[in-house]
Design a protein around this ligand. Sequence first.
Ligand SMILES: *Cc1c(COP(=O)(O)O)cnc(C)c1O
Length: 389
Amino acid sequence: MTDCIYEKDCSCIAHTYDRYNKLIVSGKGALCTDSEGNSLIDFTSGIGVNSLGFSDDEWIAAVSSQAASLQHISNLYYTAPQIRLAEKLTARTGMKKVFFANSGTEANECAVKTARKFGNLQSEGRKNRIITLVNSFHGRTMGSLTATGQANLQQNFGPVLPGFDYCPAGDLKQLEAMTDDNTCAIMLELVQGEGGEIHLSREFAQGCQKICRQKDILLIIDEVQTGIGRTGTLFAYEQYGLQPDLVTFAKGIGGGLPLGGVLFGEKTADVLQPGDHGATFGGNPVACAGGCVIMDRMTEEFLQEVREKGQYLRERLSSIPGVCDITGLGMMLGFRIAGKDSKDVVKAALDEGVMLLTAKDKIRLLPPLVITRKQIDKGLEKLMKVAAK
Ligand SMILES: *Cc1c(COP(=O)(O)O)cnc(C)c1O
């Protein structure tokens, strides 16, 4: 059966993913099962999506009951789950308003449009350039792809959009020099996820905010991967002592359903007006009902546990012979194994029964936030075996 599925996939799915030779059929928490009945320990959460692991009971109850009563209605009407989720997000962050989209790249498109409108209105259409960081990742649609500071991802898709400049992470002098009257925003990830789990220094992040404040430039934080508890606080910017003007989020908020959005601060709350932006599926009631469960579970106690397990994971990891260059924050870690190719390690680990990710030349861990210490131990034992080979 599986062979037939691999063949069919090759014949009718566009070949944009280099898939592993595995058909996943079900899961619970941090464990899932493949078509041959093998149990796998999940250190990926579907790339930071399944924050509560596979098929969380409370989440299932919320989305199925919402699907059974109202699965969708256009954004021309009000729906309760969308408002409930927006209230939770604004109450927890102090941000003023939310726009709901379906993905990270869409969330970033909305932030870019907001920043450009904000700047253009201030300046008769001159202040609309956005600075992002070298090695950043903001998505795959044209605006977000242009914002992404990795030339190899833009290759063959030009012309990219005008109005973006890239600054090396950590270089405040360069950033200062790059900002001028035409700059409307600085946009950054606090941990460059796809870029290799590289966290920014507090000094640099604070420096960015200072430049923004001095020059009336918007600070956009892309929390698509770092947000919703991943780093041990609801958003990573809290740990950096920042007050961004726009925050984008996606991956973890839907618990597995497509959901993302933008949080607007004081300055940006009313920039977008009727007709300026929209998304047919944005803020879908089923996705938002699930998102409410995710938000309710992100209590201070839960986040404390994420921080402790993140620390535990990091310590255990660093005790494995050969493991080096550990970077990242909370349950979002990158590392290498000396003398080994990270892609080979991930493949070999999968054969041992543990799912890992790569990011650039690093191995990347994004376990579901509910993973237990025992499951961490078991997963790392398997990794240790691979490292020793
Ligand atoms: C994954 C990611 C995106 C893109 O999200 P999609 O949902 O795949 O569009 C954008 N920014 C960051 C930081 C990401 O990690």
